[in-house]
Design a protein around this ligand. Structure first.
Ligand SMILES: *Cc1c(COP(=O)(O)O)cnc(C)c1O
Length: 395
C-alpha cells in the first residue's frame, strides 16, 4: 500500500483522521476506499455474478491514484485489471497486484521480456510482437497469455475483423503463446443513441464465431456494460463507474463518488468596485467584494477553461470562480460568506454541508467530460486514501 506519512499532530499508534492529515495542506485529494468497494459490489449485482469485472485503472486510476485504488479493488474482488501502457502494468505489479493485468493498447517487441517476466497480458496487434513474446516466453520457460483486439468501427487500436481472425490463428501456432482473449471497443457507448453498438456487436460476434477456441471475450466499457447485457461476454471493462460516476445518458445502479478535491484558502482579500483580479483582470468587482485565493491551478489539472466559470464550496456555500485560472491558483468570490478566512476548507469536487459539486458539474462548466476532469488531476496533489475518515495511506 501507499506510504503513510504521519502528520506531526497524529499520535503514534492512534489512527490518523482525515482532519489531522489535511490540517496543514494547501490542497489534496480524498479517496474513499469504502465507496470504491461499494461501487464494485453494486456494479457486480447489476451485471450479474458470472461476469468478471476488469477494473480499468489507466491514467493513475483516472487521477484517483492507482497504487492505492488498485489494491483496494483487488481486495474487494475485482478479477482483472486493465491499463493502456506496459509501464502502467509494471507499476501495478510493483503495487502488489497479483491478478491478471491486460494492456489495452500498443506495445513494442522490446516490451516482451518485461511483460513475460511479470505475467502481463499484452494486446497483440502484429506477428512481430507475437514472435517477440513467443521467444521471451520460451526463454523464460513460461507461457505468454495474449489478447487480440478487433477494430469493429471505432478505428482506434486493434486490427480489422478478417485480420484479427488471421492474427489469432497465427499466434495460436507460436510456441509459448496462449491466445486467451478477444476484444473490441465501442464508439458510441455513452451517446444518447448508442445504436452503432449493435453494428459493432454484430461484427465482433462474427469474429468470435470464427475463433470459437478463444475463451475470454470483452467488449464493454461502463456505459455498454450497464446498458447492454448482450455485450458483457466473459468480462466488462469498468473505469468511470467504479469511481462512482455514471456515464451520461446511462441510468444504472446507485453509486458513490470516490474522489473529493479540496484545498485551504491561502488568503482572503478585499477588492474595491472596479478593481480586477487575476491575469488579464478579466473579472471586475461590481461592489465591495472579498475574494478567496485557492491554491490549485491548471498545473494541478484544474482546467483553465474554468476561468470565470464554475464554483467552489466555502462555508457550505457555492461561491463563483472569478478571473482566470492560473498555473497554481484561482480565486472565488466569498463576499457571501462573511467569516471566510485563510485556512478555511474549500471543496472543488465533493460535498460540504448540504452542498455538493460533482465531477460532472465541473465538466459542464469546463465544457468537457468527467473522465477528462478526473484524469487531469496531477500528482502534486497528494492522494489521501481513507475508509470512513480513517487514513489508510497517502500517496
Ligand atoms: C478507458 C477504457 C475503458 C473504460 O471506460 P469507462 O467508460 O471509463 O468505463 C474500457 N475499455 C477501453 C479500451 C478503454 O480505453
Amino acid at each position: 500500500m501507499v506510504e503513510v506519512q504521519l502528520s506531526p499532530t497524529a499520535r503514534a499508534g492512534q489512527p490518523l483522521t482525515l482532519g489531522e492529515a489535511t490540517r496543514e495542506r494547501n490542497a489534496w485529494i480524498e479517496i474513499d476506499l469504502e465507496a470504491t468497494a461499494a461501487n464494485l459490489q453494486a456494479l457486480r449485482q447489476w451485471v450479474g455474478p458470472d461476469i468478471e469485472i476488469i477494473a480499468v485503472v489507466k491514467a493513475n486510476a483516472y487521477g484517483h491514484g492507482a497504487a492505492g485504488i488498485a489494491p483496494a479493488l483487488e481486495a474487494a474482488g475485482a478479477e482483472r485489471f486493465a491499463v493502456v501502457w506496459v509501464a502502467e502494468a509494471i507499476a501495478l505489479r510493483e503495487a502488489g497486484i497479483t491478478r491478471p493485468i491486460i494492456v489495452l493498447s500498443h506495445a513494442f517487441p522490446g516490451d516482451a521480456a518485461a511483460a513475460v517476466a511479470r505475467d502481463i497480458t499484452l494486446t497483440v496487434h502484429s506477428l512481430e510482437l507475437g514472435r517477440a513474446l513467443s521467444d521471451a516466453a520460451c526463454a523464460a520457460g513460461k507461457t505468454a497469455t495474449v489478447h487480440v483486439k478487433a477494430d469493429t468501427g471505432l478505428h482506434r487500436f486493434g486490427v480489422p475483423p478478417d485480420e484479427a481472425v488471421a492474427l489469432a490463428e497465427a499466434l495460436r501456432e507460436m510456441p509459448g503463446i496462449d491466445v486467451e482473449g478477444l476484444s473490441t471497443h465501442m464508439a458510441n457507448a455513452d451517446e444518447a443513441d448508442d445504436g452503432f453498438s449493435e453494428v459493432q456487436g454484430a461484427r465482433f460476434a462474427a469474429v468470435a464465431e470464427r475463433l470459437p477456441w478463444v475463451r475470454y471475450r470483452h467488449t464493454a466499457n461502463s456505459a455498454t456494460a450497464i446498458r447492454r447485457g448482450e455485450f458483457r461476454y466473459e468480462g466488462v471493462r469498468l473505469g468511470l463507474s467504479l469511481h462512482g460516476i455514471l456515464p451520461p445518458n446511462t441510468p444504472g445502479p446507485a453509486l458513490t463518488p470516490v474522489l473529493s478535491l479540496k484545498a485551504r484558502l491561502a488568503r482572503v482579500a478585499e477588492v474595491a468596485p472596479g478593481d480586477g483580479v487575476s491575469y488579464g483582470l478579466t473579472w471586475r468587482a461590481e461592489r465591495p467584494s472579498r475574494v478567496g485565493l485557492v491554491p490549485v491551478g491548471y498545473a494541478d489539472g484544474w482546467k483553465r477553461s474554468l476561468s470565470n466559470r464554475g464554483e467552489a464550496l466555502v462555508g457550505g456555500r457555492r461561491c463563483p470562480l472569478v478571473g482566470r485560472v492560473a498555473m497554481d491558483h484561482f480565486l472565488v468570490d466569498v463576499t457571501g460568506v462573511p467569516g471566510a478566512a485563510e485556512g478555511d476548507e474549500v471543496v472543488l469536487i465533493g460535498a460540504q454541508g448540504r452542498e455538493r459539486i460533482t465531477a460532472d458539474d465541473v465538466a459542464r462548466a469546463a465544457e468537457t467530460i468527467s473522465w477528462d476532469v478526473l484524469a487531469s488531476l496531477q500528482t502534486r496533489l497528494p492522494r489521501i486514501f481513507h475508509r470512513c475518515g480513517v487514513v489508510e495511506g497517502i500517496g
